[in-house]
Design a protein around this ligand. Structure first.
Ligand code: COA
Length: 203
């Protein structure tokens, strides 16, 4: 029986898929993988049986709060005993989180515009992000499995495709295109959602 991939292996899948780890830049690869490792641990996720495709769903708040508190306490203890190591940890944390926080803050108005596009009404939904695949077809199989789970559990799925081509890709799994918004970095996000369907494909 194949063993489940470790979080570090899944972070590698994300890094390769999003090219966040360009082999020539070891530091950026390490920083990207560390950030993904934290996200993979803190968010609910779905993984393809091959371990070559993964996506993140909702954050698991208790785990997020616990791991953040734990990390702060451990860093504080290490800093008290061995100051240089404490500083190194602080710098690494800043390297991982500061760029993310700056980008997220700058993108807030665009995110609000995406939210206004839909889905219509204020129904609870499951947001799908960081869909990544390093084996052609594994991503599609994972999305098909997720769509099946969503139908079974009555989930409304929402995602923001990273460009129009990917928007067309998600149509294959029953997502509808809401509209597009330009982001501060010049890219486009396409708001899409998928209503749960019954066995006959009806919403
Ligand atoms: C998108 C993705 C998960 C699909 O995985 P998959 O179903 O296993 O299949 P493939 O990798 O063969 O890609 C499927 C299609 O998406 C297209 N595609 C993949 N990444 C793309 C991107 N970043 N921009 C535009 N198109 C993309 C491929 O060209 C392919 O098109 P085709 O079916 O017309 O040949 C995977 O390609 C991936 O990890 N891409 C990089 C990360 C990414 O952009 N994720 C989506 C964020 S919304």
């Amino acid at each position: 029986m194949p063993t489940a991939p470790s979080l570090w292996q899944l972070a590698g899948v994300e890094a390769r898929a999003f090219r966040g780890g360009d082999g020539r830049n070891v530091t950026s690869r390490l920083v990207f993988k560390t950030g993904m490792l934290i996200a993979l641990g803190a968010f609910d996720r779905r993984v393809h049986p091959s371990g070559q495709a993964v996506c993140l769903l909702a954050p698991r708040w208790p785990r997020l709060v616990l791991s953040t508190t734990g990390a702060v306490v451990i860093a504080g203890l290490i800093g008290a005993v061995l100051a240089p190591l404490g500083w190194a940890l602080l710098v690494l944390t800043a390297l991982v989180f500061l760029p993310l926080a700056v980008r997220a803050t700058m993108a807030l108005p665009a995110k609000r515009r995406l939210g206004r596009i839909g889905p219509p009404g204020r129904r609870r939904h499951i947001y799908v992000h960081s869909v990544a695949s390093t084996r052609p077809g594994a991503g599609a199989e994972l999305m098909t499995l997720l769509a099946g789970e969503a139908d079974q559990k009555g989930w409304l799925l929402v995602l923001d495709a990273e460009n129009e081509n990917l928007g067309a890709y998600y149509l294959r799994f029953g997502f509808a295109r809401g509209g597009a918004v330009s982001m501060p970095d010049g890219t486009v996000r396409v708001r899409m959602w998928r209503q749960p369907q019954d066995g006959r494909g009806r919403c």
